[in-house]
Ligand binder design. Structure first.
Ligand SMILES: *Cc1c(COP(=O)(O)O)cnc(C)c1O
Ligand code: SF4
Length: 334
């Protein structure tokens, strides 16, 4: 819906590319020369959480390989309908952390603004797949209220833009929001959690680079990449541009069965990130969200993997293995 509105205003290249993202599982399989037998037997889960994947991301998948690590992240499967005990609708306690519509605080000193419900890609394992995003994401009309709320707690010195994906918003909107945040003297840092540089690198355009360069706030862009195959020349160029603004680049990864749950995939990802000026930040254990149990990696295996990665890489290329526990004061290292 939001996307539609933006396109009516003034479509830029990335908005066109986003509008053309693939939404039909059958079309995705066809593009990859894969048989339609891989289609889920039911479309219940795509009604709840539709397929969405930009062409640019699909182009990095290997044709004819049903186990491609990029494909696994987006292809709906019947396994999503399994009711697995321990997997719920709000595994990370986001509901309890809402302090105002569109504003979440779990940890001291930093707050998270849910700027939009929209994402460039729909990751099947996403912990927010059941979250009533559109009800909880902030609207422009609420931004002032959010700023007033932040101002009340002088300990808050960092704002995280999240969503959905904050870069789904147009640059005019983002620069407005940032201008409002800049007026709060207590704020030092602006952090942006986004998958765009990876899944739709076109998004890193001149207007984005302009507000990112100009803000007085110290900026951190936390990308989300799960596999080295997600990088290509276009992504590398986007990272270089981001880096040129002086922003700190970090990455978070979700440990996913069948995608990156092996030593080679994890160490290659760290190497690839560093080649692109990005430091590994977190390796998250899967949040136990209903419909994602088939991606789960046992804690014991996760700990083993990270131990082995430690033997291969310098310390700064080893991400912190963490899990999110509702109501805990920080993400818990394993
Ligand atoms: C993950 C998260 C953060 C960020 O935590 P860091 O450890 O600072 O990266 C902040 N707020 C919320 C609500 C979060 O879920
Ligand atoms: S981009 Fe992030 S928020 Fe959006 S579906 Fe993927 S994991 Fe979830």
């Amino acid at each position: 819906m939001l996307q539609h509105k933006l396109i009516q205003q003034s479509p830029s290249d990335w908005q066109h590319a986003l509008a053309q993202a693939i939404r039909e599982p059958a079309e995705l399989l066809k593009l990859l020369d894969l048989p339609t037998e891989l289609l889920p037997g039911s479309d219940t889960m795509t009604q709840q959480f539709p397929l969405r994947v930009p062409h640019s991301f699909v182009a990095r998948m290997k044709k004819g390989d049903p186990h491609d690590p990029l494909l696994r992240q987006v292809l709906p499967l019947d396994a999503e309908l399994d009711d697995v005990s321990g997997f719920g609708l709000d595994p990370v306690g986001d509901h309890n952390a809402i302090i105002n519509r569109g504003l979440l605080q779990k940890y001291q000193g930093r707050v998270l603004i849910m700027t939009t419900a929209a994402c460039a890609i729909h990751c099947r394992y996403c912990f927010r797949r059941h979250f009533p995003y559109s009800k909880q994401s902030s609207r422009q009309s609420l931004w002032q209220k959010i700023c007033n709320e932040i101002e009340k707690d002088s300990n808050i010195n960092e704002v995280i833009l999240s969503g959905g994906d904050p870069l789904s918003l147009a640059d005019t909107q983002l620069s407005q929001l940032i201008a409002m945040l800049e007026q709060l003297p207590q704020l030092k840092r602006l952090r942006i959690h986004t998958r765009y540089p990876i899944v739709l690198p076109q998004r890193i355009n001149a207007s984005l680079l302009e507000w990112l360069t100009q803000t007085r706030l110290n900026t951190i862009v936390v990308i989300h990449s799960n596999h080295a195959n997600e990088f290509n020349a276009e992504v590398s160029a986007a990272m270089k541009k981001l880096k040129s603004t002086g922003t700190t680049l970090l990455n978070q990864t979700v440990l996913l069965r069948g995608v990156n749950d092996n030593i080679k995939a994890l160490s290659q990802l760290s190497e690839e990130l560093f080649d692109n000026g990005v430091l590994p930040y977190y390796l998250h254990l899967l949040d136990k969200v209903q419909g994602a149990a088939h991606f789960d990696v046992e804690r014991k295996k996760a700990k083993h993997l990270i131990k082995e990665v430690r033997k291969l890489l310098p310390g700064y290329l080893v991400p912190q293995l963490v899990e999110e526990i509702a109501q805990a004061p920080y993400k818990q290292p394993l």
